[in-house]
Design a protein around this ligand. Structure first.
Ligand code: FES
Ligand code: FES
Length: 399
């Protein structure tokens, strides 16, 4: 993982990224700047166009590490921009959008044309926008809108800016200081640290597991922190509470071998692997480090889950604070977008919490161990979709 410095919409940030992560994913997944759309992810459709050091660039084929030191402007950063404001009005008036999917990228490229073109030349506008595909409008309204903005500005005496104010060609590294930063992005030291794809099954040294993604989660259990901590020390019971998990062997007190089943509609995967549990009774914390592989899809995963038991309700209940880090490599990694994984993890922890609660409060029966539950990711996905649609409907309805 590399820590890089970027200025995004005027704010300095230091995201940590994998060398293969493209800029659009950093903006959308880490910064929630979802105005940068992804269409083809091949540099063809232009939906992901943004400004890098002031020049339009395709963020789907731009590696984030190559942007170290650059200034990034997304559509969200043009809220107060005068030209973007004029384009928004003209796009609305000329019916230059229908679904709006291409519109953020279209506005980015159009803004560059408004800055650069001497006059409203339809051919030059069509050529300038030829890297932005729109599947809805037929382009006529878009060209009319851009022409109108250029014509109106020139009429008001606002001249074109040669080269849109850029002093050198090419976005990244075009600014002084950016070249050095881009040429030497922070690279992991040559310590032999391996990524998930390199991990052999059973390689459970924490120093060898370097999660590509991480997030925090928490849940509440109606039992004292010491009771919940003790439950986390019983691998079989813990696995039975976890949807889809089974244990095949316990080769040592702190070692688990087993599998987690995931079913997504007709696709199913069984990640078989091993895990190690470290516990610290002094502060009621612990950590699970695991690796696994689904042989059929040839997808590997590795990760760490750290927990800490925090007393609430005067010690009668516990908030379990989790820090989850994971890496996925292989075909299934293609469909596991960050937001989706986080939503799924939130659903899984809810079920896990309910199972722990049932077990600790005796509703599973005094000697009864909870039955392992298969993780039905399709049901979870539908629930995630339902949740997102409800959120969207609420946003559309307004406060
Ligand atoms: S998503 Fe980047 S060009 Fe299509
Ligand atoms: S408005 Fe739908 S793709 Fe352009």
């Amino acid at each position: 993982m590399n820590k890089i410095q970027l200025t995004v919409n005027g704010s300095a940030i230091e995201p940590t990224v994998e060398p293969r992560t493209h800029l659009a994913d950093v903006l959308r997944d880490q910064l929630d700047l979802t105005g940068t759309h992804l269409g083809c992810e091949h540099g063809v459709c232009g939906a992901c166009t943004l400004l890098l050091d002031g020049a339009p660039a395709r963020s789907c084929i731009t590696l984030a590490v190559a942007c170290a030191g650059a200034a990034v402007t997304t559509i969200e950063g043009l809220d107060e921009d005068e030209i973007a404001a004029e384009l928004r009005v003209a796009f609305t008036r000329e019916h230059a959008l229908q679904c709006g999917y291409c519109t953020p990228g279209m506005i980015m490229s159009a803004r560059d044309l408004v800055l650069r073109l001497d006059h409203a030349d339809e051919h030059a506008i069509r050529v300038g926008l030829s890297g932005n595909l729109c599947r809805c409008t037929g382009y006529a309204g878009i060209v009319r809108a851009v022409s109108a903005v250029i014509a109106a500005r020139r009429q008001r005496g606002i001249a074109a800016v040669i080269g849109a104010g850029r002093t050198s060609l090419g976005p990244v590294g075009s600014q002084p200081g950016a070249i050095a930063a881009a040429a030497s992005p922070a690279r992991p030291a040559a310590t032999g640290i391996k990524r998930s794809g390199d991990l052999a099954l059973g390689s459970l040294d924490p120093s060898e597991v370097m999660p590509a993604k991480s997030f925090d989660a928490s849940f509440t259990v109606n039992a004292a922190p010491e009771q919940v901590f003790a439950l986390f020390g019983q691998p079989k019971t813990l696995a039975a509470c976890f949807p889809g998990a089974t244990i095949t062997d316990l080769p040592a007190p702190d070692r688990i071998e087993g599998a987690i089943s995931v079913a997504i509609g007709p696709l199913s995967a069984v990640f078989r692997g091993s895990a190690r549990i470290d516990r610290n009774a002094a502060d009621l914390s612990g950590r699970l480090i695991g690796t696994g592989r689904d042989r059929r899809s040839r997808t590997s995963t590795s990760g760490q889950i750290s927990w800490r038991m925090l007393p609430i309700d005067e010690g009668r209940a516990t908030r379990v604070a989790l820090a989850i880090g994971y890496s996925l490599s292989g075909p299934l990694a293609q469909i596991a977008r960050d937001g989706l994984v986080r939503d799924l993890a939130s659903r899984i922890t809810t079920t896990f919490a309910q199972n722990c609660d049932r077990h600790l409060n005796g509703t599973a029966g005094p000697t009864e161990t909870p039955e392992p539950q298969r993780l039905n990711a399709l049901a979870l996905l539908l629930d995630v979709a339902r949740k997102r649609l409800t959120g969207l409907a609420q946003r559309l309805r307004g406060p």
